[in-house]
Design a protein around this ligand. Structure first.
Ligand code: NDP
Ligand code: 2IT
Length: 449
């Protein structure tokens, strides 16, 4: 196992996030490899950590002043043992191959946990949609799809949204795919409801992360009622997570963006959440504007010199990181533990650094890693694919019931895998083991391909 990790590091030394994701999974599945010596002969670790295909392409586009720009596009088709490659597209200036590979790797095991037939992939670009006009975003999306369309399809690879890719971008991408292929198919998920989208997809990641938290609390005979919650981010996942925490009687104290965070001791209620949605989704403005309307709340800008994020240093019961990878560092993890936070459910992908994860496990927090807790988003994408195949759309209640059922089943699967390998209560090990075993067994069934 050490050999595989050093091989991966030597091959692509700059891909730190990918190394981090691989190291966590390998540490968890050690007992599985020891119990199943045939896995070694079949080199399952080497195979599962090498993408089936990596696409990297030039994306030229023209801004509103006629100036040409060039961005880099990516799609990592990581593993198709369980179904077509499935996973989101991220548009953010920080995007590089290492980040897309880590996200694609995580996606493989996440999708495996959903119970649906989906392989894993991820893509995106270092394009920054912030401050761009709708026309500029459209031209960028069209150029991106002018290359991507030849690699994807409803039975091959089905992208969706992630950071910086929402309904607007999915619309532009879908339109271009349809034009180039002359085909109206379910090649993307997260589509608008009028033309093939699924009810609840918009809400699914946030709702699912809270459903998973509720399942963990239930193992202790507790609920979210009255719990004080810290939430980071203010995008798609954070917004609908907040809504579901409110539905279940909890109180959300914080929201953030990459510039800073707001703390509202009275709690962010439904009216305040509607205002946040207006600010972020319609005005495309900053979370700092919250205090203009609600002056009792406090806005704190990000201080890059500080060794911790003060958002995670408030007294609370639960924490829901919903912004980005490695947003909870070791000091933040320690602050959460010191302040008596008993539950961390990750809406974002890999938001906690390994030292923070170790602290959560050591202190026996109810800690759900992203690949289990945030799987509701891709699960409802899977349900969108199913509805598209049938050319039907299910009512809201039905999709929500299926989502709840899937989150319950992921929770049970993690608990069972933990028990089978003597790591009771460790959802990281449980999720990695269960996700991994299903994928590698499918790979072995399908021969050396
Ligand atoms: P959005 O683009 O809707 O929102 C992202 C939020 O996170 C914004 O508030 C953004 O602030 C903040 N953010 C992004 N990058 C950074 C950064 N480097 N530092 C601090 N804050 C940052 O994305 P989503 O809500 O869809 O995604 C949030 C997380 O959830 C991601 O980790 C994503 O991978 C994960 N996820 C998303 C799913 C989905 O269905 N959408 C499914 C499963 C996981 P700002 O506006 O300043 O950039
Ligand atoms: O990280 C994720 O699971 C997503 N961004 C959603 C992927 C999807 O295909 O819906």
């Amino acid at each position: 196992m050490d050999e595989i990790i050093s091989l991966i590091k030597n091959k692509d030394p700059e891909q730190r996030e990918f190394h981090q994701a691989v190291e966590e999974v390998i540490a968890s599945v050690k007992p599985v490899l020891e119990r199943n010596p045939e896995y070694r002969q079949h080199a399952v670790l080497a195979r599962v950590t090498e993408p089936e295909r990596v696409l990297m392409f030039r994306v030229p586009w023209m801004d509103d002043d006629g100036q040409v720009h060039v961005n880099r596009g990516f799609r990592v088709e990581m593993n198709s043992a369980l179904g077509p490659y499935k996973g989101g597209l991220r548009f953010h200036p920080s995007v590089n191959l290492g980040i897309i590979k880590f996200l694609a790797f995580e996606q493989v095991f996440k999708n495996s946990l959903t119970t649906l037939a989906m392989g894993g992939g991820k893509g995106g670009s270092d394009f920054n949609p912030k401050g761009k006009s709708d026309d500029e975003v459209m031209r960028f999306c069209q150029s991106f799809m002018a290359e991507l369309y030849r690699h994807i399809g409803p039975n091959t690879d089905v992208p969706a949204g992630d950071i910086g890719v929402g309904a607007r971008e999915i619309g532009f991408l879908f339109g271009m795919y349809k034009k180039l292929r002359n085909e109206f198919t379910g090649v993307l998920t997260g589509k608008s409801l009028d033309w093939g989208g699924s009810l609840i997809r918009l809400e699914a990641t946030g709702y699912g992360t809270v459903y998973f938290a509720a399942e963990m609390l239930a193992t202790k005979g507790e609920t979210l009622e009255g719990k004080r919650c810290l939430v980071s981010g203010s995008g798609n996942v954070a917004q609908f997570l907040t809504e579901k925490v409110l539905d279940l009687g909890g109180k959300v104290l914080t929201l953030s963006d990459s510039s800073g965070y707001i703390y509202d001791d009275e709690g962010i209620d439904r009216d305040k959440l509607a205002y946040v949605q207006h600010l972020k989704n319609i005005m495309r403005s900053r979370i700092s504007e919250y205090t203009a309307k609600y002056p009792n709340a406090v806005y704190t800008p990000v201080d890059p010199l500080l060794d911790h994020n003060p958002l995670w240093a408030h007294k609370a019961d639960c924490a829901f990181p919903c912004a980005t990878q490695n947003e909870i560092n070791a000091q933040d993890g320690q602050n959460l533990v010191n302040n008596g936070v008993g539950l961390v459910s990750e809406g974002a992908n890999m938001p906690s650094v390994p030292d923070a994860v170790d602290l959560f496990v050591e202190h026996r927090l109810l800690y759900a890693p992203g690949k289990a807790a945030n799987a509701g988003g891709v699960a409802v994408s899977g349900l969108e694919m199913a509805q598209n195949s049938m050319r039907l759309s299910w009512p809201r209640e039905e999709v929500d019931e299926r989502l709840k059922h899937i989150m319950k089943s992921i929770h049970r699967t993690c608990v069972d895998a933990g028990e089978m390998y003597n790591v009771q209560g460790n959802y990281v090990a449980g999720a990695n083991i269960a996700g991994f075993v299903k994928v590698v067994n499918a790979m072995l069934d399908q021969g050396l391909v």
